[in-house]
Design a protein around this ligand. Structure first.
Ligand code: NAD
Ligand code: ZN
Ligand code: ZN
Length: 346
């Protein structure tokens, strides 16, 4: 079968032919219906060899949806033909974090060399993929896999970040979303659906700001040195109770710190290498800074339920498997508005 692979450090992703996978004991074979293209893949493909932590070549795609095609020996809980979404942050299934459904924070994944599909294990950018355990599958039901596959990461990650700050997102509050891309344009919709907060979206691109307004941002601000002042002006000098930074680069973590209100939450989701320094006098009183990773299995079920109720619609651009390298090029150049989704033909 074809597969989109990252093959050597520093190279561009390539479409290659690999053997058809067979499910082993406990594993599920999916016929992939859709695979999302996340900016984290570009971050991984920019790492030096010593920082990668898993062997290459790697089949990409950590946002996956498919139809159950075959079951390995001993699999229960899913049936051939079921439409499913893949919960990506695989863990050991046994430690206290996994027991709570927080496989994204598994205490033993690193030690046991358990990797998410597309971030160490073979991912979803191929006609077929192996899922290590049926518990990593969430029923899609009637949800369109192409329009909803990004919810497994571009939905789940902002959903988790927002839930951390729900008590602060009261009427009269302001939430700033920095980076209105794949994750950000979903975050805006989730904020609108889940809270009464006012949403101010930032981006460097006018096209992304137009999408931000289309999906529900009350205000949009160009992301530059003047942004904190603009946010202060829009909040009567108070600043934002919650800042979600989906870029996480030095310019945006600076904006996040400068835009925060007293008792704010600053949540750095983006992998851009920036940081917010914490210490007396560096931030408004009692500001909390955190950097979460992905979300829990239960939260993925919740996000899909929001989509089922029409509360979130991902803005999707589709590509064939042969066009996947182009989708990565366009994402790198900032030209994807919303999320790119690869459709692998069997
Ligand atoms: P994306 O490319 O779709 O979106 C990023 C957006 O940020 C784009 O719209 C871009 O124009 C905008 N942007 C770039 N520089 C900016 C700046 N200085 N100010 C404001 N906006 C700016 O990327 P994505 O797939 O949505 O991912 C966003 C980030 O989140 C990436 O760093 C990704 O690696 C990270 N991520 C983290 C997690 C996690 O669990 N923590 C999960 C998924 C993705
Ligand atoms: Zn991702
Ligand atoms: Zn675990």
């Amino acid at each position: 079968m074809k597969a989109v692979q990252y093959r050597a450090v520093g190279s561009a992703p390539e479409v290659v032919t690999v053997p058809d996978p067979e499910p082993g004991p406990g594993q599920v074979l999916l016929q992939v219906t859709a695979a999302g293209v996340c900016h984290s893949d570009i971050a991984v493909m920019s790492l030096p060899v010593e920082a990668i932590g898993f062997p290459l070549p790697l089949t990409l795609g950590h946002e996956g949806a498919g139809t159950v095609a075959a079951l390995g020996p001993g699999v229960v809980g899913v049936n051939v033909g079921d439409p499913v979404a893949v919960y990506g942050p695989w863990g050991c299934g046994v430690c206290i974090k996994c027991a709570a459904g927080k496989e994204n924070y598994c205490l033993r994944a690193a030690e046991l060399k358990i990797f998410p599909p597309g971030l160490g294990a073979p991912g979803a950018m191929a006609p077929y993929m192996i899922v290590d355990d049926a518990r990593h599958l969430v029923p899609l039901g009637d949800l369109d896999p192409v329009r909803n596959v990004p919810l497994t990461d571009a939905g789940l990650t902002p959903y988790h970040a927002i839930t951390l700050s729900l008590p602060k997102l009261v009427p009269g509050s302001t939430a700033v979303v920095i980076g209105s891309g794949g994750l950000g344009h979903v975050a805006i919709q989730l904020l609108r659906r889940m809270t009464a907060t006012r949403v101010i979206a930032l981006d460097v691109s006018e096209d992304k700001l137009a999408l931000a307004r289309q999906v529900g941002a009350h205000e949009t601000v160009l992301s530059n040195d003047g942004a904190p002042e603009r946010i202060r002006a829009l909040t009567g000098g108070r600043g934002a109770e919650v800042v979600l930074d989906f870029v996480g680069a030095p310019p945006t973590t600076s904006i996040a710190a400068a835009a925060a209100a007293i008792e704010a939450d600053i949540t750095v989701v983006g992998l851009g290498g920036g940081a917010v320094s914490v210490g007396f006098g560096t931030l408004p009183y009692e500001t909390t800074v955190t950097s979460p990773y992905w979300g829990t299995r239960a939260e993925l079920i919740e996000v899909l339920d929001i989509a089922r109720g029409g509360g979130v619609e991902v803005h999707v651009e589709t590509y064939t498997i042969d066009e996947a390298p182009l989708a990565y090029e366009r994402l790198h150049a900032g030209k994807i508005n919303g999320r790119a989704v690869i459709l692998p033909d069997p």
